[in-house]
Design a binder for this molecule. Structure first.
Ligand code: FES
Length: 83
């Protein structure tokens, strides 16, 4: 299935990028070219990354960290970008 119609990137390309070590949405997009133009495919790519990480049973990489989103750091009360 094609996720990114702008760059013609499908689920196989995304899975290959993840298998090659891309463990964030940003890394997958960089590796595949998805999400670089209109951005409408980001949520589909994010879902595949999260599903893959859930299957690999590494709960530390689930949620906002996998999405490259901003998260709150309670200790200092500041917003920081997740790596
Ligand atoms: S559909 Fe992926 S960048 Fe447009």
């Amino acid at each position: 299935m094609i996720f990114c119609h702008c760059a013609v990137v499908g689920d196989r390309e995304v899975a290959r990028a993840i298998d090659a070590g891309a463990d964030t949405v940003a890394a997958v997009c960089k590796a595949t070219g998805a999400g670089q133009q209109c951005g409408s495919c980001i949520f589909s790519v994010r879902r595949v990354v999260c599903d893959h990480q859930a299957q690999s049973q590494d709960p530390r990489k689930l949620g906002s960290q996998a999405m490259g989103m901003v998260q709150r750091t309670p200790a200092i009360g500041a917003d920081v970008a997740a790596s």
